[in-house]
Design a protein around this ligand. Structure first.
Ligand code: DQQ
Length: 480
């Protein structure tokens, strides 16, 4: 049943080795995340016809450890003449009294409808509900922009569904429906609507895709993906209170400021953990994606917790440590503006790096990865103490001018005396960064030189102490 990776894709130096992606072609949003009979199931937006967005299907993979995934047959494909004839877009999976059930977006022309499919216990063959769609369009009284990406949950015996949408002049919204049986749905009201005039602390845009509401600790989290000017932009989380079926946000943040993380979805696993995956889109041209034969990668599974300050703590799941190979360790190094090339022996494009810095009087400090000799190519992870900001500087990541070369940044204010903790996963074209459990920056880089493999440390404007740093060479997963 497991499909293998075409040989030429396996040789692609940019193709990740331990992040999930299909054997070939296009991937976008994670869909239908569920742990079923102990196994994790990851469905995802998939185009079997090429490495470009279009003719959306649901790809499917399963795992027992969140690290090694088995590719399974396509779960959903468009049915000609039906409500999903132009695509099976994003949605979710629920356990309806022992019946695995997918609620997804059927696409027909400009129309978007929640549709339903049920499966057997092995989750392999799905039967679409004969009278799809289960919601025949937006509430007639509302003028909306978009109506897609159902996410469903149960309170007592009653089902609730959120649908991503936008209300012109008011902006992004998540519409709330209720049902006794997953088939008959009644519109209630918007769960929460963004404010088009508010940019601080985040801009929440014109329309929300992939909304999801879930409890976390004493609070609820609303996760949305902001669609702006006809394009995906960034994912936002709100932490707040859910009272009388309305959501009242208290804090909000961009989930990942690296410019390549979108449409996240979560699941609650059997251990009670809230896990999140997001789609990491490419940073290279359509022509380059076409030549590569694949596009789109899934983030590592991330563990969500609630922090005392009301923000989310976001960290990679501990299971990923199974991929750790040879380790290099460093302790107590003082970095100054002239202490370059302090790690001459570390090389690699698939690494995990865990580093702790005691910030001294340096204005900036950080780590360089994928460095070529003489800095011909390098990617910088930079902490700016005064600004309390972390950035991912991809401006010199590649000598190829056709790939994205931007600097992305996110807030990362540290308390007095709080050390800077950087946790970095390098997987060829993927750089996934977690800082102090609260700032995530995920980027895509495409170095051209075979010797762009170095790792280095730097400090500018003063000194910084590297308390400890462990670097592991990471193994690849069995999917390729
Ligand atoms: N991707 C899906 C939509 C969703 C968007 C289509 C988010 O359902 O709104 O591939 O990336």
């Amino acid at each position: 049943m497991e499909q293998s990776v075409p040989q030429h894709l396996g040789r692609d130096p940019h193709r990740p080795r331990y992040h999930f992606l299909p054997p070939a072609n296009w991937l976008n949003d994670p869909n239908g995340l569920i742990q079923w009979k102990g196994q994790y199931h990851l469905f995802y937006q998939y185009n079997p016809n090429g490495p470009f967005w279009g003719t959306m299907h649901w790809g499917h993979a399963a795992s027992t450890d969140l690290v090694h995934w088995m590719h399974l047959p396509i779960a959903l494909a468009p049915t000609p003449g039906s409500a999903d004839e132009d695509g099976c877009w994003s949605g979710c999976a629920v356990d309806n009294h022992g019946i695995p059930t997918l609620i997804y977006t059927g696409k027909r022309g400009e129309e978007e409808f929640p549709c339903l499919a049920t499966g057997p216990d092995d989750l392999l063959t799905w039967q679409k509900y004969a009278a799809n769609p289960v919601v025949p369009g937006p509430p007639p009284e509302l003028q909306v922009v978009g109506f897609r990406d159902p996410s469903v949950w149960q309170e007592g015996d009653t089902w609730y569904q959120l649908i991503g949408s936008g209300i012109p002049e008011v902006r992004g919204t998540a519409l709330l429906y209720t049902s006794p049986d997953l088939i008959h749905w009644e519109y209630m009201h918007p769960l929460y609507t963004g404010d088009k005039n508010r940019t601080d602390p985040v801009w929440t845009g014109s329309m929300w895709e992939c909304p999801q509401l879930f409890p976390l600790g004493e609070k609820h989290v609303l996760l949305v993906s902001v669609w702006e000017h006809g394009r995906p932009s960034h994912a936002v989380y709100f932490v707040g209170r859910y009272v009388n079926h309305r959501f009242h946000p208290e804090t909000q943040r961009i989930v990942d400021g690296g410019g390549h993380f979108y449409a996240p979805q979560t699941l609650r696993d059997d251990q009670g953990r809230r896990l999140m995956w997001g789609w990491l889109w490419e940073g290279r041209s359509v022509a380059q994606q076409q030549a590569a034969g694949w596009a789109g990668v899934m983030s590592l599974p991330r563990l969500l917790r609630l922090r005392p300050d009301g923000l989310l703590a976001i960290a990679p799941v501990p299971e990923v440590a199974v991929l750790r190979g040879t380790k290099s360790g460093y302790t107590d190094m003082t970095l100054t503006p002239t202490s370059a090339h302090v790690l001459p022996d570390v090389q690699g494009d698939c690494l995990e790096i865990l580093a702790t810095f005691e910030l001294g009087d340096a204005s900036t400090c950080g780590i360089k990865v994928r460095c070529a000799p003489n800095s011909a190519e390098e990617t910088l992870i930079v902490y700016d103490s005064a600004a309390g900001r972390l950035s991912l500087d991809q401006s010199r990541s590649s000598l190829n001018p056709a790939v994205q070369q931007q600097v992305y940044a996110g807030p990362c204010e540290l308390a007095d005396e709080e050390p800077l903790k950087l946790h970095i996963f390098l997987d060829r074209s993927v750089v996934e960064i977690f800082a102090n459990d609260r700032t995530c920056l995920t980027g895509r880089i495409y170095p051209t030189r075979v010797d762009s493999l170095g790792v280095d440390l730097f400090a500018d404007g003063g000194t910084v102490k590297l308390t400890s740093m462990d670097i592991w060479k990471m193994g690849s997963t069995s999917q390729r």
